[in-house]
Design a protein. Structure first.
Length: 384
């Protein structure tokens, strides 16, 4: 019975099985691809209109080329990237922008689902040819209401992700402001009961392993290897795999503080799930002081560490453990630290919870996207 229903509701096409009430179309039939226009670097520093390059916002201008928001596709450099702007924007000449009579959000997700990057040339400067893009075939519902419903489901997830990110950005600002007030703007005289310690005196900085020495036992039983790339982009299909039998202290969990001391120096609250700590990264922990305390102190010294690393005449600039020892921090008395913790603990816990929710929402969105855009799941069967 189910088999007969599938035969009735779906059909075979040149690009695969799709619902009976969907159509196969070429992109040139549903959208117009236009070139962005040049804008001098100095003109990207004025105004409030976001200026988009191939990998995102590269500045702000006082005029827009596109009003009411729309879709940007990387043409050169980060070619194939698809970006949606909710507001007026200026696309520069490393990008395309889209015009269409269809729902812009639906077309955005249609393009996100289609692997545009496979069309990018492998030359010294990767590029995307407009005619190659025009000729691609995609499946889409004939019913515009269904198109809109698909876009609404996916955008509701993206909106919640963006909201969580904005909340976290505000919480980070509040935490940084409190930290500055308590420790940086305190003046020259140390309050009674306070003391000074080196940065590596308030926390343990555990350097990661050379994980190529710990290969995964199988394709299903492994830990994703967390390198600097994963700190920036999360775990992807290209992430390396390591054994699950590495020592427990080198296994990352949600809420761990990770400090990259080589290459692109940064400090993050890791919330990408269990992973294996690679070399060039410190996992920072403390048995004596709260998480927000050593996290904020690392953030405070980060610009200094970045300058030290950038001055090194090597491919990957870095800092040494001695730089941690040379960096002095203020330690309040226990009573004062407890009062501070009453304010800061809920902030960092909320940040962690939001980051975990963001990862969960991304997983849901990325799972739904190909299914919704192929008709394997119909909007009438979705409940969020």
């Amino acid at each position: 019975m189910n088999f007969m229903r599938i035969i009735k509701e779906y059909k075979e096409t040149e690009i695969g099985i799709i619902p009976q009430d969907w159509a196969v179309v070429k992109l040139e039939d549903i959208l117009v691809i236009k070139y962005g226009k040049p804008l001098k670097d100095e003109d990207r520093l004025i105004g409030k209109i976001p200026v988009y390059g191939s990998n995102g916002i590269v500045g702000y201008h006082n005029q827009s080329l596109v009003r009411g928001g729309g879709i940007i596709i990387g043409r050169k450099g980060s070619a194939g990237e698809v970006i949606f702007s909710h507001e007026d924007f200026y696309p520069i000449d490393t990008t395309y922008f889209i015009e269409t009579d269809f729902d812009y959000k639906f077309i955005y997700y249609l393009l996100k689902n289609y692997n545009i990057k496979k069309l990018v040339s492998s030359s010294a400067v990767p590029g995307l040819n407009r005619n190659d893009l025009y000729s691609q075939q995609v499946a889409m519902p004939k019913n515009r209401n269904e198109q809109k419903q698909i876009a609404e489901i996916l955008s509701s997830l993206d909106d919640k992700i963006e909201l969580n990110r904005k909340i976290n950005a505000n919480l980070e600002k509040i935490a940084s402001a409190l930290f500055k007030k308590w420790f940086i703007d305190i003046g020259d005289e140390l309050p009674e009961g306070w003391e000074i310690k080196p940065l590596d005196g308030i926390a343990d900085f555990l350097n990661g392993l050379a994980l190529q020495k710990y290969p995964a036992e199988s394709e299903t039983d492994y830990l994703p290897v967390i390198k600097i790339r994963e700190l920036n982009n999360g775990i992807t299909e290209t992430t390396d795999k390591a054994s699950t039998k590495i020592p427990e202290e080198y296994i990352l969990k949600n809420g761990d503080i990770i400090f990259s001391w080589s290459g692109s120096l940064d400090v993050v609250v890791w919330c990408g799930g269990r992973g294996a700590l690679n070399q060039h990264l410190f996992k920072v922990t403390s048995k004596m002081y709260p998480k927000w305390f050593y996290y904020q102190w690392i953030k405070y010294f980060l610009p200094l560490f970045q300058n030290i690393a950038s001055d090194k005449a090597v491919t990957m600039g870095h800092i040494k453990r001695g730089h941690l020892t040379e960096s002095k921090v203020l330690i309040p008395d226990n009573k004062t630290l407890l009062k501070m913790d009453e304010l800061m603990f809920p902030i960092i816990e909320t940040i962690i919870n939001n980051l975990v929710e963001i990862q969960n929402l991304i997983m849901i969105r990325d799972s739904l996207l190909p299914r919704l855009m192929s008709g394997k799941i119909r909007v009438k069967n979705i409940k969020l």
